[in-house]
Ligand binder design. Structure first.
Ligand code: ATP
Ligand code: MG
Length: 223
């Protein structure tokens, strides 16, 4: 797959990537911050849940990527409960529809972060993968490195393929596991574009370092 393949002429600009993961808490926000830092991108989390318990991923990316406020787009939906978007929205009497979402035009590449994984419900009739198909950006899949990741990653790739979404590749987050890495590339038919090590501290210095050292391979396949 070439950089030209990954750039969708219907979105030129805006262009960018959709960062999804095999699960919640797998490192999507860390990966997004590294991408924003390395690429000078703008960041958008279309649906943020769990605001009752934490400041949200947009604030985390602002801290980690040291990004100017004009490159941070507000979520389209923010919910208090740490539940799936569908359940959190229902508690607040809100129904999410796909028409709520339009990829913002910022003049910068966009890093869009999902909530949870690809089959997380947004409503009774829609899943996160439907939003991904609507936005039509190439997808970066963030996965753990440890036991169980082959199955979770291959299932995620398989779901993306059923919707004909373009897959830029996989980012592996955690202690190096060469066997799992090789299996994901072999059975998944996609490259592992970056390996993020376990960090002693997750802060902007660490993100700057990862953005310099680990992300260029990922950026090389993007427009
Ligand atoms: N490589 C790493 N080294 C150390 N800590 C990490 C690493 N990757 C992620 N973490 C920590 O693990 C937690 C979850 O990571 P992160 O927020 O990036 O996951 P996520 O997939 O974005 O989660 P969510 O589904 O809530 O958006 C955070 O506290 C983050 O700082
Ligand atoms: Mg996140």
């Amino acid at each position: 797959m070439t950089a030209t393949d990954l750039r969708d002429p219907r979105h030129s600009p805006p262009w960018g990537v959709f960062v999804t993961g095999t699960d919640t808490g797998v490192g999507k926000t860390l990966t997004s911050a590294c991408l924003v830092r390395a690429w000078g991108a703008a960041y958008w989390k279309p649906v943020q849940t769990g605001r009752a318990l934490e400041p949200g991923d947009t604030a985390t990316v602002a801290d980690l990527a040291a990004v100017s406020p004009d490159r941070l787009l507000a979520p389209r939906h923010t919910f208090q409960a740490p539940l799936s978007p569908q359940a959190a929205a229902a508690l607040e009497g809100v129904g999410i529809t796909l028409e709520d979402f339009r990829l913002p035009t910022t003049g910068h590449p966009m890093v869009v972060e999902g909530a949870g994984g690809v089959l997380v419900p947004l409503s009774d009739t829609t899943l996160m993968i439907d939003l991904m198909a609507r936005l039509a950006l190439p997808v970066v899949v963030v996965a753990r490195t440890d036991l169980g990741t082959i199955n979770h990653t291959l299932l995620t790739l398989s779901a993306l393929r059923t919707r004909h979404l373009r897959i830029a590749g996989v980012v592996l987050n955690g202690p190096a596991n060469p066997d799992n890495r090789a299996a994901i590339e072999h059975f998944g038919g996609v490259p592992v574009l970056a390996d993020l090590p376990r960090l002693p501290r997750v802060d902007s210095a660490a993100v700057t370092c990862l953005a310099k050292e680990r992300i260029p391979a990922l950026l090389s396949v993007l427009p």
